[in-house]
Design a binder for this molecule. Structure first.
Ligand code: GSH
Length: 281
């Protein structure tokens, strides 16, 4: 393994390689002037069908499935490989330049919402669904929602980056993050051995936040790492992941802003139920 002796002062080497080398920068803010598109619905979502994006589209589709027609939304495709997240319009919605970002136009003044968990809490509270309003069940739901926000960067930015995306594979980081991801899967497995859903008996935003990461991982749909991580060992996570995978709203949510994979399973933009393939309408 090649070793690296850090210089006294880090400097930006824009050609450092790797899948995201062309978009990563050590500075924030807009690099170009462009407004965000706006559709007719009260919620305007700017996203991409990565696990962080899918959390929110699953929640929107679950709210609509419950009959909340005011939860209608337009979902616009943000091409993060092309730097759309650095447009002035996107930065106004999220100064952190990451999908998903939401403008909620339903009140007197538009509200911007960024960070997927913040978007989920905003919507769950607005419609009073999928997040208990008080007591221990609310706390437990938030425990697991924030567990996901704290844990997934080790899976995505850590394991996924070094195992799948890094231009060269090194044992040290892959080992470190595989260890941590397997520990996290074991945490989830033990919880799901005791409860039908992550936060207890009810399906909540915690399930919707965790499934796109850890559910997809054990179903073999993330980083082609199922065999490497022996995901079959986590039988309760498997049971739960399949249960959610069968939900129509989950099937819909995971398609939104997807521009890769099988053509029948892509939906670049979503403006209404009619945009989905017939079997999902
Ligand atoms: N903590 C954030 C993470 C969002 C995030 O990492 N988004 C990625 C895609 S999954 C992104 O937009 N990356 C673009 C970039 O880093 O420039 C959330 O949960 O909303």
């Amino acid at each position: 393994m090649t070793t690296y002796t850090p210089p006294k002062v880090w400097t930006w080497d824009s050609a450092n390689g790797g899948k995201f080398a062309n978009i990563n920068r050590p500075i924030s803010g807009a690099t170009k002037n462009a407004d965000l598109p706006r559709g007719k619905h009260p919620h305007q979502l700017y996203s991409l069908a990565t696990p962080n994006g899918v959390k929110v589209t699953i929640l929107f589709e679950e709210l609509l499935a419950l009959g909340f027609s005011e939860a209608e939304y337009d979902a616009w495709f943000v091409n993060i490989q092309e730097g759309d997240q650095f447009s002035s319009g996107f930065v106004a919605a999220n100064p952190n330049s990451k999908i998903p970002a939401l403008w909620d136009y339903s009140g007197d003044a538009p509200i911007r919402v960024f960070e997927s968990a913040s978007i989920m809490i905003h919507l769950a509270e607005k419609f009073n669904a999928f997040l208990p309003t008080s007591g221990p069940s609310r706390t437990e739901t938030l425990n697991w929602l924030f567990w996901q926000m704290g844990s997934a960067p080790f899976l995505g930015g850590g394991f996924g980056h070094f195992y799948a995306y890094a231009p060269e594979k090194y044992e040290y980081p892959i080992n470190r993050y595989a260890m941590e991801v397997k520990r996290q899967l074991d945490v989830l497995d033990k919880q799901l051995a005791q409860h039908e859903f992550v936060a207890g008996d009810a399906y909540t935003i915690a399930d919707m936040a965790i499934w796109p990461w850890y559910g997809n991982l054990v179903l073999g749909k993330l980083y082609e790492a199922a065999e490497f991580l022996s995901v079959h060992e986590y039988e309760h996570v498997q049971r739960w992941a399949k249960q959610l995978n069968d939900r129509k709203a989950v099937k819909r949510g995971r398609l939104v802003n997807k521009v890769w994979g099988e053509e029948d399973f892509q939906l670049k933009e979503r403006h209404g139920a009619q945009d989905f393939p017939e079997h999902l309408r």
